[in-house]
Design a protein around this ligand. Structure first.
Ligand code: UDP
Length: 392
């Protein structure tokens, strides 16, 4: 995230400042809220879509009443008390533990890989210590510094577990060989030598009782903030700026009209299934088998176990390369993307009245908690600079 630069902005000034926030997801909403609470200002928040909350958007399905995660499953998980307290200010977070299963041609296994996965997969009755020693021997000792996703997996788990649970899923998900991906993608997933099958290992985990859009609505609900949906930002307005500062949370390459080329993203498509009762018995089933075209299936009523619904809504999730009209989801960050990003970053740094923040504007694979934490940090720095009237 580039540093905020503020000119002629001071809390002592009688003038109320005008800000434009581009994007009504968590980054934009949190930034707008923090500035609205602390500075005399008016803030327009614009978004091209017809809803707030970006890819976290949720709403109730008309037929079933089930709360649907329109852009795929979002389970809030964080170790940050500050971030957790922040979301809890704007809605009730209900406890939710994601217990994912992998459906393979050899059976159904719990994820992330844990003692039950290992014992079922190898048909053993290992204790934690035995399993740890067994898996350590499976790991490839010739890899000392894993340079990519595949090497990281082979070093940690060996070929059999890698091929059963990671290779096919990752190839479908990212549309490339796992050896082309950074090792950090795999580091998102823990491997456990006990029977803990909680997908995340964070201290605070939950799902908002009334969905994510309700939380974002609460954040944006401030007299200084006006939201304008289906409104596109035209960067040419920066030639004669109408606002004191712009906060851009859209794709960085789009901001510069793709002048240097397009950054690679994966997008997701969903096939919706409307059914009765309980379709798959869990919120998320992953399909690592390369012969199955979808990556995972999610049954949304299992994200609200405190509710009861007769009907059910299930999404099959397909990953594909992003075309010009598709919603960008996962930044690929291949070597060519990183070179392109460096060019866009230097263009962005030359703009003193625009700050770039969030997943799309910084082109990073970010969880909700990171987005919120960074928006809070960014706002603090911006406010500090604004109050001292300096350019940080
Ligand atoms: N992954 C995998 N098999 C799985 C689940 C995940 O190989 O069953 C890999 C895949 O490359 C994925 C990464 O681990 O992109 C991170 O998974 P995570 O569940 O964190 O992805 P997200 O929920 O962000 O889509």
């Amino acid at each position: 995230m580039n540093q905020p630069r503020i000119e002629e902005l001071s809390n002592n000034s009688p003038r109320s400042h005008r800000f434009l926030v581009i994007g009504a997801g968590f980054s934009g909403a949190v930034t707008a809220r923090q500035l609205a609470e602390e500075l005399p200002c008016t803030i327009d928040v614009i978004d091209t879509r017809d809803h707030i909350a970006g890819n976290c958007h949720t709403s109730r399905d008309e037929t079933s009443g089930v709360m649907v995660h329109h852009y795929g499953p979002h389970i809030f998980n964080t170790n940050s008390r500050r971030v957790w307290d922040y979301v809890n200010r704007f809605g009730v977070m209900r406890p939710f533990i994601n217990r994912v299963k992998a459906v393979t041609s050899d059976g159904v296994f719990p994820l992330p890989i844990n003692l039950l996965t290992i014992n079922l997969f190898f048909q053993k009755t290992f204790s934690p210590t035995e399993a740890r020693e067994f898996v350590a021997k499976l790991g490839d000792p010739s890899i000392s510094e894993p340079a990519n996703f595949e090497e990281q997996a082979l070093k940690m788990l060996g070929r059999e577990l890698y091929e059963a649970f990671f290779y096919g899923y990752t190839k479908k998900q990212w549309g490339c060989e796992p050896r082309e991906l950074p090792a950090a993608v795999l580091k998102r997933l823990p491997v456990r030598f006990n029977y803990d099958d909680n997908y995340y290992d964070k201290e605070y985990q939950g799902i908002p009782e009334n969905g994510y859009s309700d939380i974002v609505q609460g954040i944006l609900d401030h007299p200084a903030i006006k939201v304008h949906l289906q409104t596109r930002f035209d960067p040419s307005e920066l030639a004669s700026p109408k606002y004191d500062h712009y906060f851009y949370t859209g794709p960085i390459d789009a901001f510069f009209q793709y002048s240097e080329g397009r950054l690679g993203y994966r997008t997701i498509e969903f096939e919706k299934i409307d059914a009765e009762g309980d379709y798959q018995g869990a919120a998320v089933l992953n399909y690592p088998d390369p012969a199955i075209p979808w990556t995972r299936m999610h049954e949304h009523k299992h994200f609200t176990p405190w509710e009861s619904h007769e009907r059910t809504v299930v999404f099959r999730e397909f990953s594909k390369e992003t075309g010009p009209l598709d919603t960008p989801y996962y930044p690929k960050r291949l070597a060519a993307d990183k070179r392109l990003l460096a060019k866009y970053r230097s263009l962005a740094e030359a703009l003193t009245n625009v700050s770039f923040l969030g997943r799309l504007a910084t082109y990073r694979y970010m969880d909700m908690e990171t987005v919120i934490g960074e928006a809070l940090d960014f706002s603090e720095r911006f406010l500090l600079a604004a109050r001292s009237g300096t350019t940080p």
